[in-house]
Design a protein around this ligand. Structure first.
Ligand code: FUL
Length: 481
């Protein structure tokens, strides 16, 4: 008995001596649903509605339901392509500004139920749900707040309609990972035949607080996107450009969808009170909807790679739109580009040169927070310093001359986003050469630099709001220079 007690005591004593307390979280931190979203990084947007058949980008709202008639609609093809392309989910325009619904909503006749597709018995949402399940993809919905078809748009009655539709989508189609609230509103529309311009006050009309409650209640794990969050923010442009300085933080209290905030959404707010990371939404074609005359204008695999660097590589996610054609299929040109891009990605990040090599740091917190945590492949471990220290060097020693031209860096964001300035340098021919000057890191950044033969690579944290907490560092020799 005594032997056991001594053993238990010594194990307890030793482990409590060697265990050092982790840093306290600093500033806002991501919620569980936001953390899960950060992991997705790359997913598909699907713009498909009456516009696909009328060759428009914004339908007026007066389109006959019969216009919607895909000859060969196959959501399994979309899902297979998304999966093969390396994407983690699909967000579909359940309803765009024209008001037509891809599911047989109880609250309107303006939907697939009055189209000629499947004699009005079809439901695109249902088909997409089962395709996503088959290919293990997440499903998200875009439900346009602006509705150019609905007669009550602009009155309080419309809000009830909108929320009823939201409830339908959030209760009848399984788990939804993201709900996309678009801020666009051009004013004029069909509006039940009145064909007039209707102005609403973006700030007050939609009473977003109460709409958000519905999402939280029915799909507690879904993140909500808009210009102003609450969970995920627009990046401020539709050209695929994340900002190099990119805080996951936002002072969103006085912000709302459709407001004039594009200028600040890229960088976010360094002193932001809320965790609201950026999502880059961009189309693989010039338009959001399919237009045959854009078949030759599909982004090349190389161009998609640039988008990847300017989104995922800049602490954002990439929501890439791939619009189905009039058959209801993703077009061959788009598929080719997506799959070739996937191959390029594999080659770009083929072998992590930091892994298996020795990582050291100018200082550590000790007791489990050593430099070796940044290249152990475990996202839950990290290198950090004592609380009083907000700068430091992290060095990967190759042990021999090694060519390198890419770096991936991740902060352990569960403890907040901290780093304000960093640089990367290389020990080459006995001298330290500066490769990169940077600002924020966050969930992930990926940076390019010209190929250098180095024996060591050093990440210097020059300025941080609190002790830096780095969970991952990868190095690559990508093809080319
Ligand atoms: C915009 C819309 O007006 C476009 O049609 C598209 O849906 C894009 C993603 O958001 O605000």
């Amino acid at each position: 008995m005594k032997k056991y007690l001594t053993l238990i005591f010594s194990v307890f004593f030793l482990s409590s001596c060697s265990r050092v307390k982790p840093p306290e979280p600093f500033g806002p931190v991501p919620s569980g649903r936001q953390l899960a979203w950060h992991e997705l990084e790359y997913y598909m947007f699907v713009h498909f509605i009456v516009n696909t058949f009328t060759d428009k980008e914004w339908g007026f709202g007066d389109e006959e339901e019969s216009v919607f008639n895909p000859t060969d609609l196959d959501c399994r093809q979309w899902a297979k392509v998304a999966k093969d392309a390396g994407m983690k989910g699909i967000i579909i325009t359940a309803k765009h500004h024209d008001g037509f619904c891809l599911w047989p909503s109880k609250y309107t006749s303006h939907s697939v139920k009055n189209s000629s597709w499947k004699d009005g018995k079809g439901d695109v949402l249902k088909e997409l749900r089962s395709a996503c399940d088959e290919y293990n993809l997440k499903l998200g919905i875009y439900l346009s707040p602006w509705d150019r078809n609905n007669a009550s748009y602009g009155s309080p009655e419309y809000l009830t309609y909108y929320r009823n539709q939201l409830r339908e989508l959030l209760t009848e189609y399984g788990d939804i990972f993201e709900v996309w609230f678009d801020g666009a509103n051009g004013g004029d529309g069909y509006y039940g035949g009145t064909k007039e311009a209707r102005k609403i006050d973006n700030k007050t009309y939609y009473d977003w607080t109460n709409t958000h409650k519905i999402v939280r209640e029915l799909q507690p794990f879904a993140v909500m996107f808009s210009d102003a969050g609450p969970d995920i923010r627009w990046v401020g442009n539709e050209s695929g450009m994340g900002s190099q300085t990119n805080w996951c933080l936002l002072n969103k209290d006085s912000m709302y969808p459709g407001g004039d905030f594009a200028g600040i959404l890229g960088e976010g707010h360094e002193d932001g009170k809320y965790w609201v990371p950026a999502e880059v939404d961009v189309s693989i074609r010039p338009g959001w909807f399919y237009h045959q005359n854009q078949d030759s204008l599909v982004r090349s695999p190389e161009n998609l790679m640039e988008l990847y660097y300017s989104s995922v590589g800049r602490n954002s996610s990439l929501l890439l739109n791939v619009p189905p054609d009039r058959r209801g299929l993703l077009h061959e040109n788009d598929i080719k580009s997506l799959l070739e891009f996937r191959e390029l990605l594999k080659k770009e990040f083929a072998t992590d040169l930091a892994k298996e090599n020795i990582a050291t740091a100018s200082a550590t917190r000790g007791g489990g927070y050593e430099a070796s945590n940044v290249n152990d492949g475990n996202p839950e471990t990290y290198w950090t310093t004592k609380d009083s220290q907000t700068t430091g060097d992290l060095i990967i020693d190759f042990g021999k001359e090694t060519e390198v031209n890419r770096i991936v860096i991740q902060e352990f964001i569960k403890l907040g986003q901290r780093v304000q300035e960093f640089k990367v340098s290389a020990l080459s021919n006995g001298n330290w050469q500066n490769l990169i000057d940077g600002t924020t890191i966050g969930h992930k950044i990926i940076r390019k630099f010209p190929v250098i033969k180095a024996t060591k690579i050093k990440l210097t944290i020059c300025k941080s709001k609190a002790c830096p907490v780095i969970s991952n560092l990868e190095l690559y020799r990508a093809p080319g220079l």
